[in-house]
Design a protein around this ligand. Structure first.
Ligand code: FAD
Length: 257
């Protein structure tokens, strides 16, 4: 068994606790472009990974000449616990991207990475009747993909509304999963083409509460770039949503949706 390894890069929410993370190996299997600049990478774990849909792990990808962001990243497991391969789904910043993402793009089948134990509280509540409003900014859709795939695979039904904010229509992903889960996704596009017939604008608290009217029992799950999640948290509280209703998951190093 691997010895516990100290990880210096715990996300903010967990900084107050001292963690020793156990790592296991995963082997790159294949990748799939899900949009022009978004790819899902699939890995075979050395043994089944113990996680709940919506959780994340720390991925270590050793590569030559890493930049100052290094060889470790946190990514949500975008696949459901019912699937044999585990996946991460991420966005590429092209030539301005980090050495980590460039190395990810160059992976060949058989390449080895390590992952930590899964963690995070961005998971379904125990009570299946609880009404849920899922709000995703851009790549923040990944935990919802895992959760909704898991619900479809296990035939579990929950009262869920899903809003997904993207820049352009190109960034609309995972529609096939949402169809399979019989989950309508309301897509909000901030820079739509003239042909776009759906919702337009940025995902603000005003827009969200204009589209959906959460009851006092509704839990609102918000996932996306850190500045977006922080702003929505402030504005939703100001608009009367109670603190206990908010479940947040923020991705650092992305400045916008
Ligand atoms: C709990 C959790 C879950 C997460 N889940 C996901 C997920 O499912 N999918 C996902 O994509 N991300 C996820 N993230 C965020 C992820 O960990 C990375 O922070 C994010 O993908 C950005 O990656 P990157 O640093 O490699 O930068 P890139 O994506 O390569 O670039 C992002 C921006 O940073 C700039 N940049 C790149 N390199 C540098 C550098 N060395 N110095 C300064 N600026 C630079 C780029 O120009 C670009 O504007 C998650 C984070 C947390 C904490």
């Amino acid at each position: 068994m691997d010895l516990p390894v100290w990880s210096p890069t715990i996300p903010t929410a967990s900084k107050s606790k001292l963690y020793y993370l156990v790592h296991m190996q995963v082997v790159f299997d294949h990748s799939e472009a899900v949009a022009s600049n978004i790819t899902t990478f699939y890995f075979k774990p050395e043994k089944p990974v113990d996680y709940t849909a919506g959780q994340f792990v720390e991925w270590t990808l050793r590569h030559a000449n890493p930049d100052d962001r290094g060889i470790k990243r946190w990514f949500t497991i975008s696949s459901p616990p019912t699937s044999e391969l585990i996946s991460l789904t991420t966005k590429f910043a092209g030539k301005n991207g980090s050495s980590f993402k460039k190395a990810l793009h160059k992976l060949k089948p058989g390449a080895e990475l390590t992952i930590s134990d899964a963690m995070g509280d961005f998971v379904l509540p125990k009570l299946i009747q609880t009404p849920l409003l899922f709000v995703a900014g851009g790549i923040g859709i990944t935990p919802f993909h895992s959760i909704l795939s898991w619900l479809a695979d296990t035939d579990e039904e929950r009262p869920i509304k899903l809003l997904h904010g993207v820049h352009t229509e190109d960034e609309i992903i995972f529609q096939d999963t949402f169809d399979k889960a019989a989950q309508h996704a309301t897509i909000v596009v901030s820079e739509p083409s003239a042909a776009w017939g759906g919702e337009r604008g940025r995902l603000t608290a005003e827009l969200i509460l204009g589209l959906e009217q959460p009851s006092e029992n509704t839990l609102i799950y918000v996932s996306g770039p850190e500045p977006m999640v922080e702003q929505l948290q402030k504005d939703l509280l100001k608009a009367g949503i109670k603190k206990y209703q908010l479940v947040l998951d923020s991705f650092p190093n992305y400045t916008e949706v």
